[in-house]
Each structure stands twice: as C-alpha cells, then as structure tokens.
Ligand binder design. Structure first.
Ligand SMILES: [Zn+2]
Length: 383
C-alpha cells in the first residue's frame, strides 16, 4: 500500500501550531464590540478553531493517506521586504512592541500575533521553496492569519503579511518567469493584485463576491476594469460574481474565463489561493459553493498546473469561517488538486438550491468585455 501511494500524487502540507497564538477576540461577529445586550459574544470569525478543524480533517480524514506533513518556520524580517515596504514592516514591529494595535476594522494585532504572522509568511515561503527545489509537486501552506488583503503598504481584512505574494516573489527571484495566481476566496485578493499591479510577470486572477471597496484599507473595487497598470495592464483579471453563483456558475467562470487566460499566459508556476468563505454556509460570503464545486475547481487548477508548470502548484490558505464546512470544503479542494478520480468524502450538509442563470450571464458579459478591449494575456516580447 505504502509503495503504491508513494508514486501517486501527494500534497505536502506545511503547518506550524505557533499560528494558533494569533488571538482575535470576541464581540458582535468581527466588530469586536459588545453592545451590552447579548448574552453570548462570539469569537472573531478568523479564530484558531477554524484552522484546528482544517488540520484535524487533513490528519484524520480519508485524504490523510495522500498527505505528507512538513514543518513551518518563522520568516526573517528581511524576507518580508520583497513584497512589503520597510515603513509598513516597521509599523507592524512597533505595534507588536506596544502590545498590539487595531489596524482597520476587524484586523487587530494582539500579543502573539506578530510571531504568528511571521510563521505564516515563513511557512508559505518554505512551501514554495519545497516545490522550487523539486521536492514535490503540490505544496499547501495551511496558514493564518490570512494574507491576500495585505497590500505592500498596509494591513486589511484580517491580513497583515501577504503570504501568497511573498511566495510569488520568491518564485520569480528563483528563476520562474511567469507566475499565475488564481484566488477563489470569496473576497477580492486586492493585496496580491496591488503587489503585482504593474507587473506582466504575474497574472493575478480573482473570483469574488461583488463587494466593492470597504474603506481606506481596501480602496480597490475588484471590478472588471481594474486590469493592472503600465506593462501590467491586462495582467490583473477580476471576476466579480453575483451572490448565489454556486458550483455550476463557478465552474463555468473557471472554464470560460480562467482557463483561457492561463492557457494564453503560459505560466511556469501556479499559485492557487483558496478560501472556503465562498461556501454555502460561510458567515462572510454568499457564493454558495459546495464541496463538489470546490472539488471541480481543484481539478481544473490541477489540469492547468499539469499543462503549464509541470504540475508544480502552491496552494495557500486564506479565509473560510464556518467551523465545520470550511474544513470539509478544504478536504474537497485538495481532493480536486490531487485530481483523484472519485470523491473521498461526502458532503454532510449541502442543500442550497442553485440558480446559475445569472452567473452565466455575468461570466458571458465579462468574456465579451475582455474580447472587446482586446486582452490577450500574452506579453509583448519586447517588454
Ligand atoms: Zn475572504
């Protein structure tokens, strides 16, 4: 059994329990306020329990036989400067020394948080290095706090350091020529987009709920016309999807928009940024994906990696806030990323009725828009 499995596809999961020490408090959902009239205040949605369940399902669920566990590590401060400004990193270090700071709504650095941030960044870098060094094809950084809203100069949306962005930059610095990032967290991956907004070395694609800007920490709208700047124009693709898009709508968007863009870009490294807050039961999202949708999206990304990056695929954890279902949907996503022919785990709670008609209309209109403005996703050889 062991020998037959060792030749099959495996996922190297990078994890360190030091990331559980980022404490985010309690209150009315993520506001951390107590109105005085509730008996039970809930934990901030981005709490350590969610990740404990993810670790647990990967250790004890049926996918465990395909997983190799790898240690995480603390990132050095100098490593962070490949994505973030010195000024912003200094601000984080000062906040930690001062005992904590609220950076923006729901985004609070407490004692212990900074070290967890450094572990999340270092662990993601280790995962990327693992596949760059040829030690495995698929690596998954199971990290928190999440990172995809963290911009080069500021924190945003529960995120402090952009774990995926740091890994993308490591790949480029290690000789990769073109990196494609596919972000399916329900929120716009504005931080990662911002970091590579003027680059044509990185194709950032984000499928998200149409939530728009949520203030100074998140000035980007995530709309289709935020396409990048300068030579990066056309290398940031936003796919805002209507609430309730569901499995079939997401798969349609992947096949009609994402696959053709990645096929033309021809990346030599793929980064899959995942958040289970696009699930049917997430308190932070309304996109209604079920395990089957995540599984199929994972399969599509697996095929893209097989086609373009010799199967090399870094998967980075972002949001996902339903304690049980986020773990199940993670399990399904990784089953897809492994391209397993049959599902290993059945869905315990999916029931949300789908109506993909609106999603198909939206995807078709984005496709028409890309055609109208002549996006080719190919770099001019002279640039
Ligand atoms: Zn999210």
């Amino acid at each position: 059994m062991a020998s037959s499995l060792s030749s099959a596809a495996r996922i190297n999961v990078f994890w360190d329990e030091g990331m559980l020490k980022h404490y985010t408090g309690t209150g009315v959902f993520d506001t951390l306020t107590d109105p005085g009239f509730l008996q039970v205040l809930e934990k901030h949605p981005e709490n350590s329990d969610r990740v404990k369940n993810m670790v647990s399902i990967l250790k004890k669920g049926p996918i465990s036989q395909y997983i190799t566990w790898c240690p995480g590590r603390v990132a050095g401060v100098s490593e962070l400067l490949s994505f973030h400004t010195q000024e912003y990193i200094d601000e984080l270090i000062e906040a930690d020394k001062a005992g904590g700071k609220t950076f923006c709504a729901g985004t609070i650095l407490n004692p212990g948080s900074w070290n967890a941030c450094l572990i999340a960044a270092g662990t993601t870098l280790s995962a990327m290095k693992h596949i760059l060094d040829g030690n495995g094809k698929i690596a998954y950084a199971l990290v928190r706090p999440p990172g995809h809203h963290a911009q080069p100069t500021q924190a945003d949306g529960y995120c402090f350091l952009n774990n995926a962005g740091l890994a993308v930059q490591l790949a480029l610095d290690s000789g990769c020529k073109k990196v494609a990032v596919i972000d399916i967290d329900v929120h716009y991956g504005n931080g990662t987009a911002q970091g590579f907004y003027q680059s044509n070395d990185v194709l950032t694609i984000s499928l998200h709920m149409n939530h728009g800007s949520w203030g100074p920490s998140h000035p980007q709208n995530g709309s289709v016309n935020e396409l990048g700047e300068g030579k990066g124009y056309g290398f940031n693709l936003n796919i805002p999807l209507p609430n309730g898009t569901g499995d079939r709508g997401y798969v349609y968007a992947m096949n009609e928009l994402v696959v053709q863009a990645v096929d033309k870009f021809e990346p030599d490294m793929m980064v899959f940024v995942i958040g289970q807050d696009s699930s049917s039961f997430d308190p932070n999202g309304r996109q209604c994906l079920t395990m089957e949708g995540y599984r199929e999206i994972g399969r599509i990304v697996h095929r893209l990696a097989d086609t373009h990056s010799k199967g090399l695929l870094l998967i980075v954890q972002e949001g996902g806030y339903h304690l049980t279902y986020a773990a199940y949907c993670l399990h399904a996503t990784l089953e897809g990323a492994l391209n397993l022919p049959v599902s290993l785990l059945s869905d315990p709670i999916a029931y949300y009725p789908e109506d993909e008609a609106l999603a198909i209309k939206v995807v078709d209109s984005i496709k028409q828009y890309w055609n109208d403005i002549g996006l080719l996703f190919q770099r001019d050889c002279s640039t």
